[in-house]
Design a protein around this ligand. Structure first.
Ligand code: GAR
Length: 193
C-alpha cells in the first residue's frame, strides 16, 4: 500500500486519450497541500491532444505505443525505477498492463473507471448501462490488480441516468464527477488528515 509520509508522492500518470483527468491531476498536484507531484506522463497515443498541453506546461512525457508490450513495459519499469516513482495513476489509459508490471508496483497503481464497479468492467460502460436501463451509473477509483477493473475500491460517485441521456451525455456527466473523484481518492489514501 502507499504509505503517507507527508512528502508529495512522485507520481507518473498513464494516458491514452484526451487526458482531461491527467490535466485535472496536474492542476491538483500544484495545490499547496496536494499529496502528489506529477513527475512524468506516459502516453500510449502520440496523437493525444494532451501532448500539446504537456509541451506547453513543460511537463516531462514519454510515448510508448505498447505494440511490443513486454519490451515497452521493461523500458518503462527502468525509467520509473530511475525516477523513484512512488505512485502510478492510470487516467484514461486503455492498454492492459501485464501481471508482471502490476506486481512490480504492487499497491501503487490506481485507476479511474467510468462505472460503478463491479458493474460494467471493461469497455463501452455507458452504452451498456443505458441499454440495461440502469437508473444510476457513476465512476470508481480503485487499486489495480492483475484482474481487469477488479482491484480494491477506494471511492465511488453515483451519477443519475436520465431518460434523455445517451452514451455521450452520460459520459460527459460522469467525466465531470471523475475530475472531483480522483483528487478525493488521492487525498483519502495519501493525506494524513
Ligand atoms: C474517462 O472517462 C476514464 O474513466 C475512462 O476513459 C476516459 C478518459 O478520459 N477510462 C477507462 O475507460 C479505462 N478503462 P480523459 O482522457 O479525458 O481523462
Amino acid at each position: 500500500m502507499v504509505k503517507s509520509t507527508g512528502i508529495k508522492k512522485r507520481t507518473v500518470i498513464f494516458i491514452s486519450g484526451n487526458g482531461s483527468n491527467m490535466k485535472n491531476l496536474i492542476k491538483f498536484s500544484k495545490i499547496k497541500n496536494s499529496p502528489i507531484k506529477v513527475d512524468l506522463v506516459i502516453s500510449s497515443n502520440k496523437k493525444s491532444s494532451a501532448i500539446q498541453y504537456l509541451k506547453k506546461n513543460k511537463i516531462n512525457f514519454k510515448i510508448f505505443n505498447f505494440r511490443q508490450k513486454n519490451k515497452d513495459e521493461r523500458k518503462i519499469i527502468n525509467i520509473l525505477k530511475k525516477r523513484k516513482t512512488q505512485l502510478i495513476c492510470l487516467a484514461g489509459f486503455m492498454k492492459i498492463l501485464s501481471g508482471n508490471f502490476i506486481k512490480r508496483f504492487k499497491g501503487k497503481i490506481l485507476n479511474i473507471h467510468p462505472s460503478l464497479l463491479p458493474k460494467y468492467k471493461g469497455l463501452k460502460t455507458h452504452e451498456r448501462a443505458i441499454h440495461n436501463k440502469e437508473k444510476f451509473s457513476g465512476c470508481t477509483v480503485h487499486f489495480v490488480n492483475s484482474k481487469l477493473d477488479s482491484g480494491k475500491i477506494i471511492i465511488q460517485k453515483k451519477v443519475k441516468i436520465n431518460k434523455k441521456d445517451d452514451p455521450n451525455t452520460l459520459s460527459k456527466k460522469i467525466l465531470k464527477q471523475e475530475h472531483l473523484l480522483y483528487p478525493k481518492a488521492l487525498k483519502k489514501i495519501l493525506s494524513k488528515t
